[in-house]
Design a protein around this ligand. Sequence first.
Ligand SMILES: CC1=C(CCC(=O)O)c2cc3nc(cc4[nH]c(cc5[nH]c(cc1n2)c(C)c5CCC(=O)O)c(CCC(=O)O)c4C)C(CCC(=O)O)=C3C
Ligand SMILES: [Fe+2]
Length: 375
Amino acid sequence: MPEQLATSPYDALLLLSFGGPEGPDDVVPFLENVTRGRGIPKERLKEVGKHYFLFGGVSPINEQNRALLDALRKDFAEHAVDLPVYWGNRNWAPYLTDTLREMVADGRRRIAVLATSAYASYSGCRQYRENLADALATLADEGLAVPRVDKLRHYFNHPGFVRPMVDGVLASLADLPEDVRAGAHLAFTTHSIPDAAADTSGPVEAHGEGGAYVAQHLDVARLIADAVREETGVEHPWELVYQSRSGAPHIPWLEPDICDHLETLHGAGVPAVVMAPIGFVSDHMEVLYDLDTEATAKAAELGLPVRRSATVGADPRFAAAVRDLLLERAATERGRAVERCSLGALGPSHDLCPVGCCPARAPRPAAAGADSPYA
Ligand SMILES: CC1=C(CCC(=O)O)c2cc3nc(cc4[nH]c(cc5[nH]c(cc1n2)c(C)c5CCC(=O)O)c(CCC(=O)O)c4C)C(CCC(=O)O)=C3C
Ligand SMILES: [Fe+2]
């Protein structure tokens, strides 16, 4: 096998995701799983439950992950990457712990993990690492062999993540009525998180206002806006805005919200907006409800033409990026110098989250980082 295709030391890839309900009876238990110990107001939970019921109690996220699994297996098969791909979720079946148990039963000892979250932050990175640590602790309690898990680096600035979104924004612009197209703004959106979580996101050196979370999103937004300008010859003004806020109103979260932003733009005479959900890997419920339903209704009320651009989902270029990240990390673990592909100003992210990266409010064990209790 040629050196660049060697997947050693890994014997499996694990797709680690959020999970979502697959029918009306799943919605409440799913929300209980998501919010356990997180202090989200009851009213907010009732509201979010309604979003799911509006779609028959089914989140699209699981189907999207199944499509991504297919895309990964196809890509690996076509490129002679002989590695089994598994799937486990934080909040719904197939649960992470069950998948890891199955992987151990299959003899997997060294696992590369791809999380369906591209950026730094407690919710997008450390929380997944805590879930991995909890699952490994359960395996250890059951007397099972504890596999080693390595989380692949953040891919927000990998071309296989950015380029499909550039195409998505171009398609949305092309879909706008011609008379408003040239004046359209690009509203890049991501999940709002508490200001305090943003400010401490990423390695300690990146802490400060907005932290790595905001800096990484700004870098991606700029990359996409630049590529769109190159392609269309039109300079579309852009902003990074937020969506899906939860938590108590007196706690500051990242702003402005997309709906307020649409109102501001409309008030300023902007003729059209493309909403580009760069914070998300697939068109899951946060996209379908918060953008396609709520923000789109807001825009209709204002008489503002909007389009929402696609996330990467199961794009073959994203699957190829995952292969690239996997082979890059495998080579690194074998002690080889390897090219680390990235676009933009920030450079490739670290492999191992350092101590103090994206801290939790209440410290808990987290796997796959410099402070991991596991080898
Ligand atoms: C940064 C981030 C991402 C992106 C990174 C990643 O993808 O991981 C993300 C993704 C997602 N968030 C999702 C769903 C939910 N998130 C919630 C709550 C929260 N999210 C937060 C942050 C994030 N969330 C935060 C700071 C909270 C507050 C509570 C807490 O500190 O934990 C709640 C509770 C109710 C509510 O308050 O909305 C729900 C139902 C789904 C599934 C969608 C589907 O079903 O299709 C996905 C992909
Ligand atoms: Fe969330």
